[in-house]
Design a protein around this ligand. Sequence first.
Ligand SMILES: [Zn+2]
Length: 302
Amino acid sequence: MSLHEVVPGVHAWVQPDGTWWLNNAGVVTDGGQVLLVDTCATETRTRRFLAAVEQATGGGTVRLAVNTHQHGDHSYGNSLLPAATVIVGHEHMREGLRVDPVIDGCPPLWQPVPDWGAVTRRLPDVTVRDRLTIHIGQRRVDVMHPGGPAHTTGDLVAWLPQERVLFAGDLVFNGLTPLVFMGSVAGAAAALDWLAAFEPAHLVPGHGPLLTAAEITPVFDGIRRYLRLVRDTAEAGLRAGLTPLEAARACDLGEFAGWADAERIVPNLHRAYADALGTDVDVVAALTDAVTWRGAPMATKV
Ligand SMILES: [Zn+2]
């Protein structure tokens, strides 16, 4: 993993290969002030990130951190930030992390079972419903919600309008299977249109390699096609009376079979079913079905 300078003073922390629990994060700095976008899942990975931030910013003060959403790979490291750092998150993100049982002990759905190390639940101090603007030195950072459920119900992006850099969080997976089971299939597709309208020069996805302007459209088109496959598979499965797991087993992933974390088709179908039926997703049941589909616990390198 390493820190990439996207434009002067704006960095992305990229953790290959971006699979389960290996997220990207961000750093915005100016005049000795630092804003972080997300932390990492484990104590070890977050400390590594913060050491790189310290080196890149010359020991700048981490004044603020934005959590793009509630998932632990983006937020469990919050407790390792300085006590004085103000953490910003969407109001639904804060509630999601508040009741997240996985930080207290990860179920054996992944192999190896992640050990978070010495992290504790640290919730945002400031919550956002729609949007908020942060000023770091001379830089402006617009923190915005896509307007409805997408990757989760509490997603935020960080947009630097002057530098045209967009930290998209998990609204964008680059080269890996997208995950929408705690959000919305249609909402995730709509969020891509919303993101594209920013016309970013650089986009930092939540997982996978960085994108420049010309790379964004083909990547978004691939995600859109995948989300359509999820929707169509769910519609056919519902008509045929299949469970989400049965529908996943009957589904030909086609061009997406080579994307890492292919088993996400199962929890994604759980979401598509729930959206169609007006029910909610049992998160653990959906992930347990993914393990069944795979025939083994899901792979992580955390
Ligand atoms: Zn996520």
